[in-house]
Design a protein around this ligand. Structure first.
Ligand code: SAM
Ligand code: DTB
Ligand code: SF4
Length: 336
């Protein structure tokens, strides 16, 4: 079996990006099938449990107070309302329920409700994932005790490009939260966004940061920027359409993520509704094996169940069969 490595150099990753496309895809597909059934795709559903009004200034995000995106700020949803949405997601065939809050970090007074939500969704037999911003070690412990399966916290880009996109926190803060999550025993979900005007070198730095973590994230979401009017990056892209990420370069990024992090679930995340079926199919060939289903992400539209069902049928792909989350301890046993 291809060895799991956490000592990737920039040069090695840059060399992978530089491979002829056919060679890169062949290598990624080979590694993909060593670790995952290539016809199976994990289905995840997203719900924004607290929308908008976020004090952070992430240049891509419709939920920042700095954005003039028309997204209205809401309070944290009631437990029962969240459970109802989780039940609908389960009925629609989803395996993981991912809940996001537009917070810099959760306040301690929010935690009891969050814990209740985690317990309730887990009891339905769904895998749980939360993304609530930065966590202290104590908050991570509370979520672990509640039975949270995954915590999503994206590094978004290379360390160098990060500060061009966000000024209200630094890259190290992201790594600190990831460490707190890892230490608590919750599985880690961390990835980023491609197409924010970053260079190939930044994409190398982005993948290298993830692939050299002491233990790879169990889930790696690769988002294509959803350009939202009224955000810094959405407006920039509207003014300079040439800056839009090239489809082939996006697929290359997915392939390099797959090759460098063979065991991880690589999620083709935001941006699918602007992607052709052919590009999505290339992403699956390149090793993406997870998607968000449903017609909404957090605030932006998503491809939707009908178009996904049609695509799956054309490609002969089926939902992931295994429902057991790969616990961090089990993953580390496999690392050589
Ligand atoms: N507030 C928390 C945080 O930032 O950690 C959690 C929610 S935040 C919306 C989750 C992730 O969604 C971000 O880290 C970013 O990678 C992704 N995201 C947000 N807006 C996006 C957009 N317009 N296009 C693509 N990805 C986006
Ligand atoms: C991730 O990497 N992508 C999801 C999830 N983690 C939380 C969020 C995508 C958000 C897309 C823009 C929106 O819906 O506002
Ligand atoms: Fe806030 Fe998260 Fe959006 Fe940044 S990405 S503005 S932290 S909700």
């Amino acid at each position: 079996m291809t060895q799991i490595r956490t000592d990737w150099t920039r040069e090695e990753i840059a060399d992978l990006f530089d491979l002829p496309f056919t060679e890169l895809l062949f290598r990624a597909a080979e590694i993909h099938r060593e670790y995952h059934p290539p016809e199976q795709i994990q289905l995840c559903t997203l719900l924004s449990i607290k929308t908008g009004g976020c004090p952070e200034d992430c240049g891509y995000c419709s939920q920042s107070v700095q954005a003039d995106s028309g997204v209205e700020a809401t309070k944290l949803m009631d437990v029962q309302a969240v459970l109802q949405r989780a039940a609908q997601a389960k009925d629609a065939g989803s395996q993981r329920f991912c809940m996001g809050a537009a917070w810099r970090n959760p306040k301690d007074r929010d935690m009891p409700k969050i814990v209740e939500i985690v317990k309730g969704v887990s009891e339905m037999g769904l895998e749980t994932c939360m993304t609530l911003g930065m966590l202290t070690p104590e908050q991570a412990e509370m979520l672990a005790e509640a039975g949270l399966d995954y915590y999503n916290h994206n590094i978004d880009s290379s360390p160098e490009y990060y500060e061009r996109v966000i000024s209200t926190r630094d890259f190290q803060c992201r790594l600190d939260t990831l460490e707190n999550v890892r230490n608590s025993g919750i599985n880690v979900c961390s990835g980023g966004i491609v197409g924010m005007g970053e260079t190939r070198e930044d994409r190398v730095g982005f993948i290298r940061t993830l692939a050299t973590l002491e233990q790879h994230p169990e889930s790696v979401p690769v988002n294509a920027l959803v350009p939202v009017k009224g955000t810094v990056l959405g407006d920039m892209l509207a003014d300079t359409p040439m800056a839009k990420i090239d489809d082939i370069e996006f697929v290359r990024t997915v392939a390099v993520a797959r090759i460098t992090m063979p065991m991880s679930m690589v999620r083709l995340s935001a941006g699918r509704e602007n992607m052709s079926e052919a590009t999505q199919a290339l992403c699956f060939l390149a090793g993406a094996n997870s998607i968000f289903t449903g017609d909404k992400l957090l605030t932006a539209p998503n491809a939707g169940d009908d178009s996904d069902a049609a695509l799956f049928s054309k490609l002969g792909m089926v939902p992931l069969k295994e429902k057991e989350p790969l616990r961090a301890s089990k993953a580390s046993e496999l690392v050589q």
